[in-house]
Design a protein around this ligand. Structure first.
Ligand SMILES: Nc1ncnc2c1ncn2[C@@H]1O[C@H](COP(=O)(O)OP(=O)(O)OP(=O)(O)O)[C@@H](O)[C@H]1O
Length: 486
């Protein structure tokens, strides 16, 4: 608590309660003000903003234990220490009331931990940061380790949400996406999707956690993410519905086709390299650059109307069977859901569509600015503007492409003359074959899930949710809710 006291303002807040109490054995005058500042004198003026810095209180006989975060170093490293012992039950109830009411702090949370995500550090992050801070904040929580792929989605589909004030994912983005898909596949999806979702970065792809922390200029650390959840601030998040006929996937981060998808997915074979695999494989792909035929159509957001040529809406993505989807190279169809959210209720026919024809190097759609902790893919993306950002790359000299890819960490790639960057309300992707090898198709990836693999693409014998064919993407503004630093 080594901070100077409050800077006096012209109209000072009222004192709610004031007393002389024992702090670490020393009688000290303390005041709680109406703006939530707790101020005392001990070797100079010192203060705490109750709603922001105090995690919790506990009455211990005649004493109160206050648990607070004290200083940046502790905030970034580990759990805070229990700080001071104070006297008086009136204080306890005043502080608790201040701390709990109005701020929307969660009291009961359901916590997923993926022990196998990223560098397998989620369990340690849970023990070192999440568990301790939640305990200090007096939050009750239920822990669920994910045991297999899609386990989190399964649990989210049936969880009794009335028992919780939020669902937290100690993982990469993959578990968050599973939870969103699970919630939206419930019959009560419209109530279920309102539950606030928290992300504590513990995977390889922590794009959502990074987007949240960067929006307030904080480092993307587990402690910062946990504190944001404890404080209980919330923000809305757009959800994109990707559909092919009746098959749907709900995305909160991104969709990639072409170079970016090829780098993410094909570099899996170099997983042993850690995150360096992406840079290593990106250079390989740029040296032997592929281009893809195909086209995109979109409803531009205001300000993006000059991109592409006018066209009319047509949706040819209707597989024969209404409840199954089957990629052309698969023998067995994948069963899909029959209940739940069907996507935003908008009349696409009546909208002004535009189109751009390939060949393309890459098509990348982004919902939030960061695709990972080092990838500022869509610098202008907003959590809930109701639009998706499109980053379109055309063929360009290899050196320019290398410098463009290097600019991904700062977002400067969008200034390249070979990149088009604009916002859309709805989007249709018609993926085609590689220009230099037309018997081969590409990969379509959304939020880490391979949605479709074309003929001859990497691991094209594996099952995918959709066929390498036309996909339609629509955005539902602010459908989901996130715990957020502000
Ligand atoms: N016990 C488990 N064993 C194997 N895979 C799991 C397990 N639990 C969850 N998964 C899968 O791990 C994937 C990655 O999850 P997570 O969100 O933690 O990390 P990521 O950063 O998105 O990806 P990764 O770390 O794998 O690159 C998810 O798709 C999830 O289905």
């Amino acid at each position: 608590m080594d901070r100077p006291g409050r800077v006096p303002e012209s109209a000072p807040p009222e004192s709610l309660i004031s007393d002389r109490v024992l702090i670490n054995g020393v009688v000290t005058p303390v005041t709680l003000f109406s703006d939530g500042v707790l101020q005392w004198s001990q070797r100079g003026h010192r203060s705490l903003i109750v709603e922001k810095e105090v995690l919790g209180f506990a009455a211990e006989g005649p004493k109160i234990r206050i648990r607070a975060l004290v200083g940046k170093a502790e905030l970034e490293s580990a759990a805070p220490r229990a700080e001071e012992l104070w006297r008086g039950r009136t204080w306890c109830s005043s502080l608790s009331l201040r701390n709990r009411t109005g701020s929307g702090r969660p009291k009961r949370l359901f916590v997923f931990v993926n022990p196998f995500g990223g560098s397998k550090s989620a369990s340690k992050i849970y023990l070192d940061h999440v568990k301790l801070l939640f305990e200090d904040a007096g939050i009750q929580f239920t822990l669920q380790e994910t045991r297999y792929q899609l386990h989190a989605k399964e649990v989210a589909k049936t969880l009794d949400l009335s028992k919780y004030d939020g669902v937290v994912c100690v993982s990469g983005d993959g578990i968050l996406v599973e939870v969103v898909n699970g919630l939206l596949e419930r019959e009560d999806w419209d109530a279920a999707i309102k539950i606030p979702l928290g992300v504590v970065p513990a995977g390889t792809g922590n794009g959502m956690a990074k987007s949240l922390s960067d929006s307030v200029g904080e480092p993307c650390t587990p402690s910062n993410a946990v504190l944001a959840i404890i404080r209980g601030h919330k923000r809305s998040l757009d959800v994109a519905t990707i559909c092919q006929g009746k098959t749907k996937f709900f995305s909160v981060l991104m969709l990639a086709w072409g170079l970016v998808a090829d780098i993410y997915i094909e570099s899996e074979k170099y997983r042993w390299m850690g995150s360096a695999r992406l840079d290593f494989y990106a250079v390989q792909r740029i040296v032997r650059l592929r281009q893809y035929d195909g086209s995109i159509s979109f409803v531009p957001a205001p300000g993006s109307e000059t991109y592409g040529e006018p066209t009319s809406y047509s949706n040819d993505s209707e597989p024969a069977n209404q409840h199954i989807a089957c990629a052309p190279n698969q023998e067995e169809p994948i069963n899909i859901r029959q209940h739940g959210y069907e996507g935003p209720d908008i009349n696409l026919d009546s909208m002004d569509w535009r189109t751009i024809r390939g060949p393309f190097v890459s098509i990348w759609l982004h919902n939030v600015p960061w695709g990972g902790e080092d990838t500022k893919a869509a610098p202008d993306a907003k959590f809930s503007d109701g639009y998706i950002d499109v980053i379109l790359m055309r063929a360009c000299p290899k050196l320019s492409l290398l410098s463009l890819m290097a600019g991904l960490s700062t977002g400067s790639h969008i200034k390249s003359p070979y990149v088009l960057y604009f916002k859309v309300k709805a989007f249709i992707l018609q993926p085609g074959p590689r220009t230099e090898d037309p018997v081969k198709g590409g990969i379509i990836d959304s939020d880490g899930e391979v949605l479709a693999r074309g003929r001859g693409a990497y691991k094209c014998d594996q099952k995918t949710l959709m066929a390498y064919d036309e996909l339609q993407i629509t955005v539902d503004q602010g459908l989901a809710t996130l715990f957020s630093p502000v």
